[in-house]
Design a protein around this ligand. Structure first.
Ligand code: T4K
Length: 405
């Protein structure tokens, strides 16, 4: 194999170690060990143990809802929520999301109907939702993208008008506030993810919050194989429970959360200060009254003004060991697995298509240093200033890769 000289002659990267888009917030071994020792002593390691129940109750109180159901991850939570609602037909939702949202709909035997998104805040465009509702629509599923809360008031009114539930994929939105209240009590139910990449984490895990008792009872059964009691199985469920070890991580996340929120807010402010005036970079517009958790730091790259496309900026940052992510590319109506389905092939989503080509998630996590954020911002500015040179370097690198390796 011949290695191209142009590739090896690249300058030294800005960071010697990779800077990832996110790093998990983890407790120390010292914080973990007494809780693990307690769990081992009790010999209750899963199936609704004390740690599980304590975490569930603390989340319920924090979100100020009547019920919370912990689950093994957010995807299973959303899937079982859709099943618990006993829906049939179509679910109006967004294609600008992680695969988990749409796959949950599909796997619950429902048909997604994609509507477009607001070009500034990236959440459901309510006019587009309204146009998408037909007699077959059984639910509206909003996604609180990057923590930005959907237009909950208008969606609620729409749900009421058509007599269909509105639910939220709030995977990104734990600890976000809307009108001074923690997100969690909007619509029929909300699902949060506690994956390792989330600021509040149980490593793998999630929760569904609701004020609806019937839904809660059903969901509680469905995450436990549909078992009602020792002698009756009333639902077609699966094993969606959260284990004790995961719940321990969650309880420790409670202790860290305020500190993490504060650190993320500082990092986000720093990004905004340095990037908001850069031509060709647009920041997400957060809904008025919404206080986001800053778990994601996104920029929209407008190629005509920035001089490079989002993908080129992604590559240029990678040369300096900054590993960003293109959430959410491709959008769901372009997934290969949905090719041939009318709901995907016929979807016309101008804003979704544009944003999925333009949004880039920059590194943000509690242990990231503010100096490193400044360096990343300076680098982005200098990439813009040298866009022509960088474009031609990236082009020659990519053709070298094709020809030489
Ligand atoms: N709905 C929405 C809107 C979602 O965004 C998600 C998940 C869900 C539903 C489903 O919730 P869960 O079922 O996951 O609870 C990551 C997460 O795995 C996923 O939870 C999240 N959204 C999505 C936005 O991001 P990937 O495939 O991008 O993850 P990965 O492995 O590439 O990790 C990203 C970066 O994080 C890596 O570059 C390095 C760092 N990392 C990751 C892990 C797992 C670490 O440093 N350590 C780690 O242990 O999906």
């Amino acid at each position: 194999m011949m290695i191209c000289p142009k590739i090896i002659s690249k300058k030294r990267p800005l960071f010697t170690e990779p800077i990832f888009v996110v790093r998990p917030n983890l407790p120390s071994a010292e914080e973990l060990s007494p809780l693990i020792a307690e769990m081992l002593k009790k010999r209750q390691v899963t199936n609704f143990g004390d740690f599980h129940n304590e975490l569930e109750e603390r989340i319920r109180r924090l979100c100020n809802v009547k019920y919370a159901v912990l689950c093994c991850n957010g995807t299973v939570g959303l899937f079982l929520l859709l099943r618990a609602l006993g829906l049939k037909g179509k679910v109006v939702t967004t294609a600008f999301t992680f695969p988990a949202t749409v796959h949950s709909v599909f796997m619950a035997g429902l048909e997604p109907v994609f509507c477009d998104i607001d070009p500034d805040g990236y959440t459901l465009d309510v006019d587009s939702v309204e146009r998408s509702i037909t007699k077959d629509t059984s639910c509206i599923l909003g996604v609180n993208v990057f923590g930005n809360v959907c237009d909950v008031e208008r969606l609620q009114a729409l749900g009421k008008k058509h007599n269909i539930p509105v639910i939220y994929d709030s995977a990104h939105a734990f600890l976000c506030k809307y009108k001074n209240k923690y997100v969690g009590g909007f619509g029929y139910a909300e699902m949060f993810s506690f994956h390792a990449t989330k600021l509040f984490t149980t490593i793998e895990g999630g929760v569904v919050t609701t004020n609806n008792r019937r839904l809660y009872v059903k969901l509680k059964q469905l995450i436990n194989f549909g078992i009602k009691d020792e002698e009756s199985v009333t639902g077609i469920g699966l094993n969606g429970k959260m284990s004790e070890i995961n719940a321990i991580f969650g309880l420790l996340s409670f202790e860290q959360k305020d500190n993490i929120l504060m650190k993320l807010a500082r990092l986000s402010e720093c990004y905004k200060k340095h990037l908001s005036a850069v031509p060709g970079i647009k920041l997400q517009k957060v809904r008025e009254g919404c206080k986001i958790n800053n778990q994601y730091m996104t920029i929209e790259v407008i190629p005509e003004e920035f001089g490079l496309t989002r993908d080129e900026l992604y590559e240029a940052l990678k040369e300096d060991n900054i590993i960003t992510r293109k959430y959410f590319y491709p959008p769901a109506h372009k997934y290969e697995c949905y090719r041939g389905f009318e709901f995907a092939d016929k979807a016309r989503l101008a804003n979704t298509d544009t944003l999925s080509q333009r949004i880039l998630c920059l590194p943000i996590y509690a242990t990231l240093k503010i100096e490193d954020v400044k360096k990343i911002c300076d680098l982005i500015v200098s990439i813009r200033d040298n866009s022509k040179k960088i474009r031609s370097r990236l082009k020659s690198r990519s053709s070298c890769r094709k020809n030489c390796v």
